[in-house]
Write a protein of this length. Structure first.
Lengths: 317, 330
């Protein structure tokens, strides 16, 4: 049984559809990347797992099963007891996600104390331990400092420490390294994969960066216009992308082994806002393989490597 | 090719108040002795992590950051000693494109008004302005039908095209591009990079390209300077620096680029640096990189190594990798 199974999830704001029929699963210990550009619905999907959708946004249909139970059927109290114990989340902006007025050690220890899993003294000791494990030098001294006294990379480590201290079974990481410099990003990615392996924590990684996906993920779901358009094992998806969007997205990235100064491959048009999504396949207005058939919504097909496209590369199974 | 911009030993130091009541003063050495030049029709990229001083350097050229010491010459003339008329001419030849097109455009102005602004300031006639705005919109790939729209009605990529059109209005020679694509969606970045490369070919522009994305820099730059804590630690032709980095910081930076190829995950050698960037208020003595350097020796903390030539046009500041440098100069 999957640790997390999302089935036909739809999220909207009143009439406006923002996420439309997302299905994906995460197995224990697995790293699944949810890739997409702005407005693709990847962050909303993640927030709805945590039950943290903003006011005005509703889950319109679909189920989210975690460890066999449907999260959408839980009340606030039950959800709260899962968050910070079984489920944890880290965000893109470590500095604004931490309480600026509380010492970082207290913030790392908080979930243990709130969930009654340790005494204050014991939780603080574990917090210092955790800070050491995420690579913060002088953790005893750092634990007493405020987030403003730490660099961005250190704050992101603090967030990871706070998320992992309760040994969650699923960590949702929303653009965890986007705000960081590349050498710090490399440290954080190495740390996440090491910790995940050690504690068998599954990670749902939300990102727009195909490089980060290739470094960390086992499985990839590519989102466009509120839908999953392709999903599969990371090697297969990068080696033989099936959806034209995935294939074009990979081609737009400047590569270190190509001739410089040449014209880069570019996808025509702009990323459409949810108000302007075309009927049928939502990528068809930018796609060079589109035909009249694409006015009809393509269904997801395939076994392990799945794609939703009438004209998938390599033919439809 | 003739020299367009020459920066010599530039220093930008900011005094900051520290201590509990702001009673004591110290100095942030944001840029600490940078020498760099840009020729006509050339792209020079400045790379480095946040806090390395790359944006401050661009701002100093634009007159947006105070120059503490050193000289900035544009077409052979010292910017600091220039009179008002000379400056006005320089502002025509020198333009800027910032990272965030949303905050770079006035939300209440139409696109045409924004693009026309530099033309108005420089006293163009109304008829000339309209024709020039149409021409500029066409040049950057905007439909002239969009001229009366406001930035809010545009996508991020279109807004960045407006910002580029405005920068081109006065036919500049050099454009300082400060992270011009990092706020854009991945599928849009290559459109804007292609636009910048095409404009360079067609108009003979030069770019000072400030960026942290090394794959982008390798693709677009002729020369690259790697900065760390306000200093250039390695500089050279982009192809040479990317293929044969000499400074250990450049090596680490290149090895940290996440590559979009999962098959390399286990074979690639990665240098993971320990620790964070030291505070520019309290930089280490000697080599700036000494606190994080995997090959540092005790003597590296003694004196700042000079920038030494390792091959034609390729310069490195490292006493371990370029040992003969030590005995020569200070």
């Amino acid at each position: 049984m999957s640790l997390l199974a999302i089935d036909d999830l739809a999220i909207g704001a009143g009439e406006l559809s923002l996420v439309d029929g997302v299905s994906l699963s995460v197995e224990p210990g697995e790293v699944v990347a949810l890739v997409g550009e702005s407005g693709s619905g990847k962050s909303l999907t993640a927030l709805s797992i945590m039950g943290l959708l903003a006011d005005g946004l509703q889950r319109q249909r679909g189920s989210i099963h975690f460890d066999g139970g449907d999260l959408t059927q839980l009340d606030d109290e039950q959800l709260r007891s899962l968050r910070g114990s079984e489920l944890a989340m880290i965000f893109q902006e470590p500095v604004s996600s931490l309480n600026p007025l509380a010492p970082v050690g207290d913030q790392v220890a908080e979930s243990l104390i709130v969930h009654g899993r340790a005494s204050v003294v014991d939780a603080n000791r574990q917090a210092v331990d955790m800070l050491r494990r995420v690579g913060i030098p002088e953790p005893e001294r750092r634990a007493r400092q405020l987030p403003t006294e730490l660099s961005g990379g250190m704050c992101q480590r603090v967030m990871i420490a706070a998320a992992l201290i309760s040994r969650p079974r699923l960590l949702i990481a929303d653009e965890p390294t986007t705000a960081l410099d590349v050498t710090i990003q490399a440290q954080i990615l190495a740390l996440m994969s090491e910790l995940a392996e050690e504690a068998n924590t599954a990670i749902l990684l939300i990102t727009h960066d195909m490089g980060v996906v290739a470094e960390l993920a086992d499985k990839v779901c590519v989102m466009y216009g509120g839908r999953v358009v392709e999903q599969g094992p990371v090697e297969a998806l990068f080696a033989t992308p099936r959806h034209p969007y995935t294939s074009m997205l990979l081609k737009t990235i400047p590569r270190l082994d190509e001739e410089p100064k040449q014209e880069l491959f570019a996808i025509k048009g702009n990323v459409p806002s949810p108000h302007d999504w075309p009927a049928g396949c939502r990528f068809r207005t930018r796609c060079d393989r589109a035909t009249e058939q694409c006015a009809e919504r393509p269904v997801m097909s395939g076994q392990i490597h799945r794609v939703a496209c009438h004209h998938a590369l390599g033919g439809n199974p | 090719m003739s020299r367009l911009l020459q920066i010599n030993d530039l220093k930008v130091h900011f005094p900051v108040r520290t201590g509990r009541f702001g009673g004591s003063q110290s100095v942030v050495k944001a840029v600490d002795g940078v020498t760099i030049s840009i020729d006509e029709n050339e792209t020079v990229a400045i790379v480095g992590e946040s806090g390395c001083g790359k944006s401050t350097m661009g701002n100093a050229v634009l007159g947006l950051a105070p120059v503490t010491a050193g000289r900035i010459e544009f077409q052979g003339q010292d910017l600091a000693s220039m009179d008002a008329a000379g400056r006005r001419q320089v502002w025509r030849d020198l333009q800027v494109v910032f990272q965030d097109p949303v905050s770079a455009l006035n939300p209440r102005r139409t696109i045409a008004e924004s693009i026309a602004e530099p033309l108005q300031i420089h006293g163009y006639e109304r008829v000339q302005i309209k024709a020039r705005v149409d021409e500029l919109m066409d040049l950057v790939g905007l439909n002239p039908d969009q001229r009366d729209r406001r930035p809010g009605a545009l996508s991020g990529g279109q807004r960045q095209r407006v910002v580029i059109a405005r920068a081109l209005a006065l036919s500049p020679k050099l454009i300082i591009c400060d992270e011009p694509v990092s706020a854009l969606d991945v599928s849009i970045q290559s459109q804007i990079l292609n636009l910048l490369m095409r404009l360079q070919r067609e108009l003979g522009l030069s770019y000072l390209f400030i960026a942290h994305d090394l794959s982008v820099v390798r693709h677009i730059a002729d020369r690259v300077a790697v900065m760390y804590l306000g200093m250039v630690v390695e500089e050279g032709p982009a192809a040479t620096v990317f293929a044969n980095p000499v400074h250990p910081y450049t090596e680490a930076l290149l090895s940290a680029i996440p590559l979009p190829d999962p098959s390399l995950r286990h074979t690639r050698k990665r240098i993971v640096l320990e620790g964070d960037l030291p505070s520019p208020m309290n930089p280490p003595a000697g080599c700036p990189f000494v606190t994080r350097c995997p090959i540092a020796e005790p003597a590296c903390g003694d004196a700042r190594p000079p920038l030494e030539q390792v091959s034609s046009m390729h310069f490195v500041r490292c006493r371990v990798r370029v040992p003969e440098a030590v005995s020569e100069r200070t």
